[in-house]
Design a protein around this ligand. Structure first.
Ligand SMILES: Nc1ncnc2c1ncn2[C@@H]1O[C@H](COP(=O)(O)OP(=O)(O)OP(=O)(O)O)[C@@H](O)[C@H]1O
Length: 922
């Protein structure tokens, strides 16, 4: 027999409509009988009273002072006038009838002699059997077999009450069933009358024993056992029958009075000793069980506990009815009974439904189980899928956690930087105010004033637009002195009201002095600079001071020289080198933010976003450019009110420096020298159209700016006696400074530049402009120098696998190559537009392209500039120039852009190299 499972259990549970089995405490009831006639005749008084359904109270005032408890609480207590039916219905029934559900159950009656145990148990047994029969009648779908057996334990001897054989029964230990009683008679009950007959037999046997031993004395434990087997009728006669089988025991224990009290001697004493011993063992077992099932429980110390082991903390539901005599003379026994009851109510049993399966049913069940397991094994993918899925989820969680950590780190860093900047802003404002006051008193020249007024104390600072959060330099480059003075006078107000000066450059000690006395780059109101970033390998402070080449974004048409101001005040320009066009090889954050907001004391930071953007690649995607434009646009108030803008340098024209192409697409016109157009394309979604062709004026402007910065760096290099060897372009400096063999040098530089263009995938339009503009004039040396340095640097960056991150876009060798392809596509589209049919065919023939080829246009554009041979280069430039509408007007064009001014005679190598040439440019 085992625990029921599967479908059978479900059906059975449903049928019963009740929860079956499980752990529960033993039900403990207390029944107080009325005073017997004998006790009344002895004038006994009743000291016990049931004060409610669960509590019984000892009312003797004399005993109350003893310190013993007077009130006891149990599951239910019954007064003397309560019927056995009430006791049965009040909890016993539920337990006793569990047997029909396949659950073992036991009902005890415990109490002293004459307390009413037999009286109670007879009634309980009768009611239970009656209800069982009733249940059987109501459940005709099931077939029941009811069996009855009875035994007596007398002096630790088990006797079969249904057998005339008075020989003792042995208890056997069955590995599956536990303790069993050998040869115990078991009668199958036919009906209620049959049971009454059997009970009569039991009673007769018992009385025989009692008569033999001691008349009128219950000196044994009697156990009546009803066993019910049930199975669904539909399975009767079939091999796969499943049967529920459980027993209910009705135990009428012998009286628990002490031997001393019974005044017994001889056989009675012996009986009493056995009774007390077995009851003592029962009490010990109960006590032990009440404290939890820890350690060994001595069931085997008595026959009673051995037989009742399942009912005491095992697979059964158990109820104990403790009977009390109310007489004062029995108070001690009554108290002992109540103490036993108190322990018993703490004991827990764990009942389960018991099912007996036929062999075939068992085989079927096992086969079914086996098939289920095999099916699981046959579809391991399900399990595997879950494992893989879980692993993926784990990885995702890990990744997200990592991202969260990284973002948190970045946030903390940004907050820290903002804090630093706010701190710096505060100090700068104070410093700026002091400088303004000083300027008022000293009456500086325009250049000094305008520069200092807006940036003296904030050399290397941004003026920050409150509204747009855009940053740029806002320093007047030209204008009337009076207006500038006005500007100076109002500068404090401007700074306070319109601008937030944010020092974005942290300088080291060596340069701090210079910076504090220097002036920021201030050539135009949108002055933006361009410089070469150092290679990642030369990011230390020394190289940072040496490597840059900055070209001033200057007004060539104004004719105003800011040279004096540059010489004195632009030494700090070197500080912008790194950030101007940093490669950001290891900076994953936005360069805009990281550069402009960086408060790092170890880095030189940019003054202009334009400076750090687009170095080398010379290109931006339209989207990026738009964003950059927004960011670099100065505050409106400066744009509107700025008095010193040199003539010919309108905002739109000079918004972007050289190599920041295509920034202002609304003004694109390659025939308009004031247009601002792009020359190359980086990875972007938009296919550039005809109007995306970069303008030559923007190209020239950028060149000038870079030349100016280079000049400045030359100045600085001269002071610090440092070389540019670290970036591998050292020979260039001397060549610029002493172009005595310029024609030869020009050829060498030109060849070098052409090679670098090819290596770095530089824009073809940029190449074309450059090649056609700089054909060997002495002044070209500066621009050649600029280009060589720029390209050398770019080559180093890209060849090292580094990349520049701009506006959230990473520019690499691959992206520049892609941009170049886009440019070729754009040029391809221009072939039909710009070249007449005859000219096209002539070019195709010259370039050896089959006129019948469907892809002859593509073949042509892909051959352009794909060789470093000078003739090929010149031919390519000529075709590109035609396509973009750039006419090589020779010196006139350079003149127009201020690129051909002959430098004055040089007094020294250095003055020639940079000062004078720059003066002429500026
Ligand atoms: N609740 C009751 N109401 C009326 N009479 C009762 C009640 N309980 C017991 N009696 C009577 O008390 C007497 C003793 O009862 P009973 O024989 O059941 O006691 P017992 O505990 O079985 O004694 P023993 O241990 O000697 O067998 C009986 O005559 C019985 O009728």
């Amino acid at each position: 027999m085992g625990a029921i499972g599967g479908e059978e259990l479900k059906k059975w549970e449903k049928m019963q409509g009740a929860a079956l089995g499980g752990e529960e405490k033993i039900l403990v009831l207390v029944r107080l009988r009325p005073l017997s006639e004998k006790e009344i005749s002895r004038n006994e008084v009743s000291d016990w009273e049931c004060i409610n359904e669960t509590s019984i109270l000892y009312r003797n005032s004399l005993q109350e002072r003893s310190g013993l408890p007077t009130a006891y609480t149990f599951d239910r207590v019954y007064r003397g006038d309560c019927s056995t039916r009430e006791v049965y219905e009040g909890g016993t029934k539920d337990i006793a009838l569990s047997v029909v559900s396949g659950i073992n159950s036991t009902i005890f009656a415990y109490g002293q002699t004459s307390s009413g145990k037999t009286y109670t148990m007879n009634g309980i047994t009768e009611f239970t059997v009656a209800d069982i029969y009733d249940y059987m009648r109501k459940h005709e779908e099931r077939a029941f077999v009811l069996k009855f057996s009875a035994m007596e334990i007398y002096n630790e001897v088990v006797r079969d009450l249904l057998s005339s054989d008075s020989s003792p029964l042995r208890l056997l230990d069955d590995p599956e069933k536990g303790t069993i009683i050998e040869k115990l008679t078991e009668e199958t009950l036919r009906d209620w009358d049959h049971l009454k007959d059997l009970l009569s037999v039991c009673e007769a046997q018992r009385q025989i024993g009692e008569t033999y031993l001691n008349e009128n004395s219950s000196r044994s434990h009697q156990i009546l056992r009803l066993t019910i087997e049930s199975s669904a009728r539909e399975f009767i006669g079939k091999d796969n029958k499943t049967t529920l089988s459980a027993s209910v025991n009705f135990v009428d224990l012998a009286g628990s009075e002490r031997a001393s009290q019974s005044l017994s001697v001889g056989q009675r004493l012996k009986e009493g000793c056995h009774i007390n011993r077995s009851l003592l063992t029962l009490g010990t077992v109960i006590r032990k069980l009440s404290k939890g099932r820890h350690g060994h429980v001595n069931y085997r110390d008595s026959k009673l506990t051995r037989i009742l082991q399942p009912a005491l903390g095992g697979n059964a539901r158990t109820g104990i009815i403790c009977t009390l005599s109310p007489a004062r003379s029995h108070v001690e026994q009554s108290r002992n009974t109540l103490l036993f009851a108190c322990c018993a109510k703490e004991v827990t049993t764990n009942a389960q439904v018991n099912v007996v399966m036929s062999d075939k049913a068992l085989v079927k069940h096992l086969q079914k189980e086996l098939a289920r397991l095999e099916s699981e094994l046959k579809t391991p993918t399900t399990t595997c899928d879950h494992v893989v899925l879980l692993r993926k989820k784990d990885q995702q969680i890990e990744k997200l956690e990592k991202e969260v950590r990284e973002l948190t780190k970045q946030r903390d860093l940004a907050q820290s930087r903002v804090k630093d900047l706010l701190q710096t802003l505060k100090s700068d404002k104070t410093s700026s105010q002091k400088d303004i006051s000083r300027l008022h008193s000293e009456g500086n020249t325009y250049e000094d004033e305008c520069s200092v007024s807006c940036s003296s104390a904030v050399a290397g600072s941004y003026i920050r637009d409150n509204e747009s959060d855009a940053t740029s330099y806002a320093v007047p480059a030209a204008g009337q002195q009076q207006r500038v003075k006005d500007s100076v006078n109002s500068s404090e107000e401007d700074c306070d009201d319109h601008c937030k000066e944010v020092r974005c450059i942290e300088i080291d000690e060596s340069s701090e002095k210079q910076t504090s006395a220097s002036i920021s780059l201030s050539n135009t109101d949108y002055g933006e600079s361009m410089s070469m970033p150092p290679a990642s390998s030369i990011r230390n402070s020394d190289l940072q001071q040496q490597s840059p080449m900055l070209l001033g974004h200057a007004s060539s048409t104004s004719g105003r020289s800011l040279h004096g101001a540059w010489e004195q005040k632009m030494l700090d320009i070197q500080n912008t080198i790194n950030s101007l066009v940093r490669p950001f090889p290891d900076d994953s954050s936005s360069p805009s933010l990281s550069t402009s907001l960086s408060g790092s004391k170890s880095h030189k930071l940019t003054r202009s976003k334009s400076c750090r953007a687009n170095f080398m690649i010379g290109s931006l995607s339209p989207n990026t450019e738009t964003a950059e434009e927004n960011q670099t646009t100065p505050p409106n108030v400066l744009d509107k009110d700025f008095p010193g803008r040199p003539e010919g340098f309108q905002r739109k024209h000079w918004k972007l420096p050289l190599l920041i192409y295509g920034a202002n697409r609304s003004n694109l016109s390659r025939n308009n020298s004031q247009s601002s157009i792009g020359s190359a394309f980086v990875d972007g979604n938009n296919v550039p159209g005809d109007e995306d062709i970069p303008s030559v004026d923007n190209f020239v402007a950028g060149l000038k700016e870079m030349a100016k910065q280079l000049h400045d760096q030359g100045q600085e290099a001269g002071k610090s006696k440092r070389s540019f060897k670290s970036i591998g372009v050292d020979p260039m400096l001397d060549s610029v400074e002493a172009p005595s063999d310029w024609p030869l040098e020009f050829g060498r530089l030109q060849k070098m530049i052409i090679g670098l263009w090819q290596t770095c995938h530089i824009s073809l339009i940029h190449r074309t402009y450059f090649l056609l503009l700089f054909k060997g004039d002495q002044m070209d040396s500066i621009y050649m120098e600029v280009e060589v340095r720029r390209l050398s640097f770019l080559k180093e960056i890209l060849s090292n696998g580094n990349s520049a991150v701009q506006g959230g876009q990473t520019i690499t060798l691959a992206s520049s190559l892609k941009a170049l392809r886009r440019e070729r596509s754009m040029l391809c589209r221009l072939i039909y537009k710009k070249l007449p049919g005859a000219e096209r065919n002539e070019i195709y023939q010259k370039w050896g392209i089959n006129l019948n080829s469907k892809r002859r246009r593509h073949q042509l554009v892909h051959r352009l500039w794909n060789d470093t041979d000078l003739n090929h280069v010149i031919d390519s430039a000529a075709i590109v120039a035609k396509l973009i509408g750039f006419s090589d007007q020779g010196p006139a064009l350079k003149e127009m852009f201020g690129l051909s001014i002959t430098p004055p005679p040089r007094k020294s190598r250095r003055s020639f190299g940079w000062k004078n040439s720059m003066s002429s440019l500026l």
